[in-house]
Structures are given as structure tokens and as C-alpha cells.
Write a protein that binds this ligand. Structure first.
Ligand code: BES
Ligand code: MN
Length: 458
């Protein structure tokens, strides 16, 4: 059966790629209301794929924002485990558009890579998983029970998913979840992600005078909100790169000596981060390696700033308002609601009486650690070894995927987190791409993973 499925993949390589391109042409940007029809189209397109695979109970469930697509195949026999495969069909906005070498929603192949928004995060991962299912379904059937849930709100924090999981617990019951929304350490370095950081995202607005003022006539009379904002922001880190919000580190689980030793063995040194980022030097919390700082330590980032006159030329103005988008990446056992209160307390303590401020909490996701001593992780390791000729690396990832904590809490289910994207795929950035040879290896890995599970006694 395995050989037949592999042959099916070989024979359908070109069609698989064409369908992947079709999916990439749909600009399903979840944060932008103008793309609502494209979101609907992407959901329908995914549902159609599930139908073609032969999945049953395929349905598009509306939510307050973007629909969830579901389908299942439960004909593997009573002794077989059930996997809930998670994915998202939404993507991040494509801007800045002028930085793209080919249009973001016209998938273009250059060399070994396919370029488009979502090529890696995560339409590529969704497609390779669906194609593994198709190959198995068309050559004798799926080796284990499979439920598929593909949502359209991951890139905006999965706000509707929690309620959906709660109200569909029976339908979604499973032994574990497969989540291919992470990536690999490098082209030949298969990876299983066992930790994800959480996220808390805010907008901070600082108000001063009732309207913009002439900076000569009134400069010296009032506190400039842009200045007050950057003073507040600058105070959020100390000289050692630590976050100064009151109590910020209280809930942070310290790293054990074993885990530090293990993370130190990952092939990710300072040179790698310098090369990937192009920054002149690295920066971060003193006392921790870069791998620890991005995977296992919390951070605070200014994602954007807006104030005053930013067009070409010079205008002498004292702006009435200044705004910052701030996010924090969280690690166990920090909680998005708690850091919200810590940020509020910081502002209450530090904000001067010369300004007014407003803090808006935008979205949050809890940090997770996933178990590694499970039959699912062992089966995936085995499949990766067969395809890549080496055992996978285990890493803690700095990015966030809200569903993982939601599944732990609501269904009591662990996620096996993996993926076939590379560190230089330009996620959320211009010229996002997916390496195609690795995309095909991904199909084979998922196919073998499910086959191993169908044979194992789990
Ligand atoms: N797939 C990413 C997360 C990711 C990236 C995991 C790289 C592992 C490696 C996901 O789609 C994402 O970008 N999530 C957002 C979460 C958010 C908006 C709640 C993130 O991390 O910014
Ligand atoms: Mn993603």
C-alpha cells in the first residue's frame, strides 16, 4: 500500500503542483475586510479538495468572522487511532507590494522555489498534507481515522476557534492532532517543534494637545505625545535587554540544565542568526543564548509606530497623538491576560500627567509545551528518518499557533507540530517562498507517518 501511494504521488506530481498554485492564487488575507469574498472562495476551495479526497461530512461552518472547513474519514477499523489534522487557509497581508519580485498572488517558480504569499505559511503545508491524504485514499484507503479542520483566522489570532472547539467536542474527538504549521531548521534537517511561544498584542495611544500644534509657537509649552510615547517605550527594556513590566518574569518557567544542553546542540549558532536576519549585530536578554532567547524566553517588541509628519519634506508640527503597536511573545507559564495587566500597571506607574493614554488589547495566544514521549512523535520521527536519512531535531519555536493551547485545554489533546518550510522562506515578508523538492519530501513524510501509525499497535 505504501509503495502504491508513493507511486501515485510520482504520477501526479505536476497536477499536485497545479492545484497548489490554484490555492495560492486566492488572496485569502484574513485581517482585511476587503478580502472577505476571497476568504469565502478559499474555504470553498478547501472543502472541494476534501470532497475529492473522498472525505465525508464535509462542511463549511460559518463563525462570527471567517468560516471553518471540516471533513472526516473514519473507515480505518476500530483498532486504529484518530488524528485531527489542523491547518489554516488564511494568509498575512502581502504589503509592501513594491518589494515583491513577482506578484504575491501569482505563484511563480524561480529555481527550486515557488514564490507567493502563503507558499510556506501555510497553504504549502496544507496542500502537501492533503496530497498525502489523497494518495493514500486513492490507493487502498487511509491507514488511520482522519479528521481535518482548516480555519481562516489563524493569522489574526484564531478568535472564533475556541468557541467552535467547545461546541463541537464530540465531532472533533481524537487521539492527537497533527499540526504542520511550523517549519524545519534547514533543508536537510527534519524538525519536530515541541514548544511554541504565546502572544499578547496591543495598541498604545498617547494623546496630548487637542489638535496638532505649531512646534515653534507651542513647543516648550506642552509634552509632545510622540516624545512621551517613545519615553514610555524606551523604558520597557533595561540595559540588559530585560523587559521591565512589573512581574513580567514571575511566571516564567526557568530552563533546566538538561534542556539548555539540548538546545545548545541545535545547529543554530549566532552566525546563523546574523546571516538569516542581515542585522549588523544580535541583541537580546543577557545571560541566554540566541536559541534560548527566541524559543524559551519572553520578549517585547514594537511592531509599528505612528506619529506626526512622516511624508517627504519637512513640516514643523507638534502632533496631537502618537501610536505604537506592541506585542509580547510569552513562554510557559505566562498568560496573555496577566501580561496585559502588567503592561497596564507599567503605564499607570510611569505615564506622566502631561498626557493621556489608551491601551487596546488586540489578541492573545497561550504558550505551549507538547509531550514528546508519545507514539505519534515516535511515528513521525520514524517517517522523517525514512525520508531524510536522519532523526528529527526537537526545537522550541518562537512563533505562535493559538490552536495548540486551545486543543490541550478543551479536548485534552496533544499536537504533533512540524512543517516543511525553511528559515529563509520569508514568512509574513515580501517574496515568501517554499522550496519545492522539500514540499514533495513533505508529502512523502506525512504519507509514511500515517502509514506507520496504521501498522503500529497504539
Ligand atoms: N505558522 C506561523 C507560526 C510559526 C512560524 C510557527 C514559524 C513556527 C515557525 C503562524 O501562522 C503565525 O504566524 N502565527 C502568528 C500568530 C498570531 C497572529 C496569533 C504569529 O506567530 O505571529
Ligand atoms: Mn501559519
Amino acid at each position: 500500500m505504501l509503495n502504491e501511494a508513493l507511486r501515485y504521488v510520482e504520477q501526479n506530481r505536476e497536477r499536485f503542483l497545479e492545484e497548489y498554485k490554484e490555492f495560492l492564487r486566492i488572496p485569502s488575507v484574513s485581517t482585511d475586510e476587503a478580502h472577505r469574498p476571497d476568504i469565502q472562495r478559499a474555504a470553498a476551495w478547501v472543502a472541494d479538495q476534501l470532497q475529492q479526497i473522498g472525505m465525508e461530512r464535509v462542511e463549511i461552518y460559518p463563525t462570527p468572522r471567517h468560516p471553518i472547513v471540516y471533513g472526516e474519514w473514519l473507515k480505518a477499523g476500530s483498532a486504529r487511532p484518530t488524528v485531527l489534522i489542523y491547518g489554516h487557509y488564511d494568509v498575512q497581508p502581502a504589503d509592501p507590494l513594491e518589494e515583491w519580485q513577482s506578484p504575491p498572488f501569482e505563484p511563480t517558480i524561480r529555481g527550486e522555489n515557488i514564490y507567493a504569499r502563503g507558499a510556506s505559511d501555510m497553504k504549502g503545508q496544507v496542500m502537501l498534507t492533503l496530497k498525502a491524504l489523497e494518495a493514500l485514499a486513492q490507493t487502498g484507503g487511509l491507514p488511520i481515522h482522519v479528521k481535518v479542520l482548516i480555519e481562516g483566522e489563524e493569522e489574526i489570532g484564531s478568535p472564533s476557534l475556541e468557541a467552535f472547539l467547545r461546541s463541537h467536542q464530540e465531532m472533533l474527538r481524537c487521539d492527537f492532532s497533527l499540526n504542520p504549521d511550523a517549519g524545519m531548521l534547514g533543508a536537510d534537517l527534519p524538525t519536530i517543534t515541541y514548544g511554541l511561544r504565546g502572544l499578547a498584542y496591543f495598541e498604545l495611544r498617547v494623546y496630548g494637545p487637542a489638535q496638532d500644534l505649531h512646534s515653534g509657537v507651542y513647543g516648550g509649552a506642552v509634552h509632545n505625545p510622540a516624545q512621551a510615547l517613545v519615553e514610555l517605550l524606551a523604558g520597557m527594556h533595561d540595559a540588559k535587554g530585560r523587559v521591565t513590566l512589573p512581574g513580567f518574569y514571575d511566571a516564567v518557567r526557568p530552563l533546566s540544565a538538561e534542556e539548555r544542553a539540548e538546545l545548545a546542540r541545535l545547529p543554530l549558532d549566532e552566525a546563523f542568526f546574523l546571516q538569516q536576519t542581515g542585522a549588523p549585530a544580535l541583541y537580546g536578554e543577557a545571560g541566554y543564548t540566541v536559541v534560548e532567547r527566541v524559543g524559551a524566553r519572553p520578549t517585547l517588541d514594537i511592531n509599528g509606530l505612528k506619529a506626526g509628519f512622516i511624508n517627504s519634506g519637512a513640516k514643523t508640527v507638534l502632533p496631537a497623538m502618537a501610536l505604537a503597536k506592541i506585542s509580547m511573545r510569552l513562554v510557559p507559564d505566562q498568560d496573555p491576560q496577566e501580561v496585559h495587566q502588567q503592561l497596564r500597571r507599567y503605564l499607570e506607574e510611569r505615564a506622566p500627567a502631561t498626557i493621556r493614554w489608551e491601551l487596546i488589547a488586540m489578541h492573545g495566544s497561550r504558550p505551549t509545551i507538547s509531550r514528546r514521549d508519545t507514539p505519534w512523535v515516535r511515528a513521525l520521527s520514524q517517517a522523517m528518518e525514512a525520508v531524510y536519512g536522519r532523526k528529527p531535531y526537537f526545537r522550541r519555536e518562537g512563533g505562535s499557533i493559538p490552536v495548540v493551547a486551545q486543543l490541550q485545554d478543551i479536548l485534552g489533546v496533544e499536537s504533533v507540530i512540524t512543517g516543511f518550510g525553511l528559515p529563509d522562506d520569508n514568512l509574513h515578508a515580501p517574496n515568501e517562498k517554499q522550496n519545492l523538492p522539500n514540499w514533495y519530501r513533505g508529502i512523502e513524510t506525512i504519507l509514511r507517518f500515517l502509514t506507520v501509525l496504521g501498522e503500529a499497535n497504539v
